[in-house]
Structures are given as C-alpha cells and as structure tokens.
Design a binder for this molecule. Structure first.
Ligand SMILES: N[C@@H](CCC(=O)N[C@@H](CS)C(=O)NCC(=O)O)C(=O)O
Length: 214
C-alpha cells in the first residue's frame, strides 16, 4: 500500500484529510505542494489540494477522499455513519465547507489582492453568508461532544479548520457560545492540535495577520 497526500501544512482543506488519517493511524507519505509542485500539478484535475494518490490512483475532493479512505483503508473510525446519521454528517460537512470555509476564504483571498483588484462588495456578501451559517450552526451544535454528539465524524474534520480560520477572519463572538465552545473542543482533539502545531511556522502566510492566540 502506498498512500500519498499532496497538500500544504497551512491549508484548511489539507487539515480536513490529515485529521482522519492521523486519528486512524493510517500510514501515508505527506508531500507539500510547495516542494512537490511539479509532481502535483499534472495530477490535480482543478489545481486544488489536497489530493490523495493511492498506488497511482488519484482521488480529489476532501469529502470524497475521506469516503474513499473509509471504504479502501478503513481504520477504527466510521467517518460517515450509515443511514440518517450519515445524511446529517454530509449536510454539516457541506455547511462547514461551503458556508463557513469558502466564505472565510473569500475574505482571505481578497486581502491577498492588490488594492485596485479588491472586491469589498463580494466580501460583504460572503460575510453575510458566513454569519447566517454560524447562526444556524449555533442552533445545531450541542453543549458538549462533537457535531453529531458522541461520535467524531467527517463533519468534525470539516468543522475544525473552518471554525479555526473563520474565527481569525472575524471572532465567532460571545453571541454564539456553543460554537465557540465546540471550536475549543475541536482544537483540543489530538489530531486537530497536531494540524494546528504543524501549521504554526506558516502563520505569517495569513494576509489579515494571524492573531496572537490558538
Ligand atoms: N472542494 C475542495 C476545496 C479544496 C480547496 O479549495 N483547496 C485550496 C487550498 S485550502 C486550494 O487548492 N486553493 C487553490 C485553488 O483553489 O486554486 C475540496 O474539498 O477538496
């Protein structure tokens, strides 16, 4: 078996697949796209990372990668439960990716542009979608445990980087106490904490200025 993950230590979506790999103790070779860009570029269908390569077979898209790992390299954790619980995991996974992570990314990429190419209206719209998603999530997350309760699932793998970086763009705020406490529980999870520590040397990459916390 040879599993390769192409990604970057500071990349939110890379965390999303490192977390289940580390949590399950699955062996893999990590290749940074900074050092292995020439090798990664022709493999990636959309130029996006992370990318999983399993004995030459390329698997893209984080949710599909996690489902692939569960099917072909299962570890102790069932990342996507069967039945209706699985539907809820998929819903929360979509919300954390599309409504939290991607809206957060809109603000971050805007800050990377030169002044004359910035899009304040686009960022305002993205922040509106982010606030709405965070308010909805505040009503979905419990006082303790994970997104689904006791089971740590793919929804938590998506939530950890999304809430980590969303809170850097704009504080989740005291008006969302359950989400704040959930973020803190996620950051204390060993696999998430490992991702945070591995990314620490790259904090200067954050264009809005990484806060002095976490
Ligand atoms: N939907 C994709 C999103 C991946 C993604 O946006 N990755 C970022 C890095 S965190 C990326 O590749 N950005 C460069 C680009 O989009 O061209 C997934 O779940 O894999």
């Amino acid at each position: 078996m040879s599993l390769i993950v192409y990604g970057h230590e500071f990349s939110s979506y890379t965390w999303k697949v490192l977390i289940p790999l580390w949590a399950d103790g699955t062996a893999f070779d990590f290749r940074s796209v900074e050092q292995h860009g020439a090798e990664f570029a022709p493999l990636s269908p959309f130029g996006q990372f992370p990318l999983l390569v399993d004995d030459g077979k390329v698997i893209a898209e984080t949710s599909i990668i996690i489902e692939y790992l569960q099917r072909h390299h299962p570890g102790p954790t069932q990342w996507i439960p069967d039945g209706d619980e699985g539907l809820r995991v998929r819903l929360l996974d979509r919300v954390f990716d599309q409504r939290v992570m991607d809206t957060t990314t809109a603000a971050v990429t805007n800050a990377l542009r030169s002044e004359d190419r910035r899009d304040p209206h686009g960022v305002e719209q993205a922040m509106g979608r982010l606030h709405r998603a965070l308010d909805w999530l505040e009503g979905q997350i419990g006082e303790d445990g994970w997104a689904l309760g006791e089971r740590f699932t793919m929804a938590d793998c998506a939530a950890a980087p999304a809430l980590f970086y969303a809170d850097w763009v704009e504080r989740i705020g005291p008006e969302r106490p359950k989400l704040n406490a959930y973020r803190a529980r996620l950051l204390a999870h060993p696999a998430v904490s490992r991702a945070v520590e591995q990314a620490r040397p790259f904090r200067h990459y954050f264009p809005l200025g990484a806060p002095d916390r976490d």
